[in-house]
Write a protein that binds this ligand. Structure first.
Ligand code: ZN
Length: 268
């Protein structure tokens, strides 16, 4: 069965109510997580968290607004590439880096994995790749985080076998089987939060886990169907789809057979 190792690579802060409506103005930490997924046939990194490249590319100019809106705290020792190295894992040991979406706190470490096969939503990338300036900033995308020649190492998940999911993953019915993962890593679309937003079901010894990325920022969101602040809708790709996805997570949670992990949960 697959194992999941959780890494934290920096965090940002913002008012609790931004992540969960009605949660008040208390300023909370939102850790940026990445996950190492080891399956029998492959080793995958899900997202990268923050990295020094984020600090470099948001130091001044237009993109410094990103950090003014959500102050970022990151120590170089937290870089995921470094944490992997300390465990004896080199970038070339990875089958692929998988990106849940293109917000800066999920892709900031990509330059540390230059040349590593990278899997992503082809539709989401098509919507994102040409964004520049204020249009990029509004979508939480920092173009400078993308390594040179990125597209030569990238594969769209839409080309992977689309399969029917096991009944216990209902209401989710279809997903993409990650090549080399022997059915232990199934990628699903979780639309709404950002263009091409993805999650993944991972088969572990203690049952299925859904890495749900930013489909919610707090477990209370899917447990009680409470969204984030209306202000947060500004950065959402499609608010109506976001709430449809949240209702899917709610049904999955009520089914009681799958653990749900959110990238930034913890503070709320
Ligand atoms: Zn996001």
């Amino acid at each position: 069965m697959a194992t999941i190792t959780v890494f934290e690579a920096g965090y940002c802060t913002h008012a609790a109510c931004m992540a969960l409506r009605g949660a008040g103005m208390k300023v909370c930490r939102f850790p940026a997580r990445a996950y190492l997924i080891d399956t029998a046939g492959g080793r995958f990194l899900w997202d990268t968290g923050y990295a020094s490249h984020f600090i470099d590319h948001t130091r001044s100019g237009l993109f410094s607004w990103y950090r003014r809106v959500t102050p970022v705290y990151f120590d170089e020792r937290e870089a995921v590439a470094r944490q992997l190295r300390e465990r004896g894992i080199r970038t070339r040991d990875l089958t692929a880096v998988i990106l849940s979406h293109f917000h800066g706190d999920h892709i900031a470490g990509l330059r540390d994995f230059e040349g590593t096969p990278t899997w992503l939503s082809g539709a989401g990338w098509a919507d994102t790749r040409l964004l520049k300036g204020i249009r990029a900033l509004r979508k939480g995308f920092v173009p400078g985080l993308i390594p040179p020649d990125f597209e030569s190492s990238m594969t769209a998940i839409e080309g992977f076998p689309r399969i029917e999911l096991p009944a216990e993953l209902a209401p989710f019915t279809h997903g993409y089987a990650a090549p080399g993962a022997d059915g232990e890593l199934l990628i699903v679309e979780l639309p709404g939060h950002a263009a091409g937003h993805l999650g993944a079901f991972v088969a572990t010894a203690s049952g299925w886990v859904l890495l749900a990325s930013d489909a919610a920022w707090s477990p209370s969101s899917y447990r009680e169907l409470v969204g984030p602040s209306r202000l947060a809708h500004i950065i959402m790709d499609e608010p109506a789809q976001y709430y449809a996805t949240l209702r899917m997570l709610n049904r999955l949670h009520r089914g009681g057979r799958v653990s749900i992990c959110l990238t930034h949960e913890g503070a709320l």
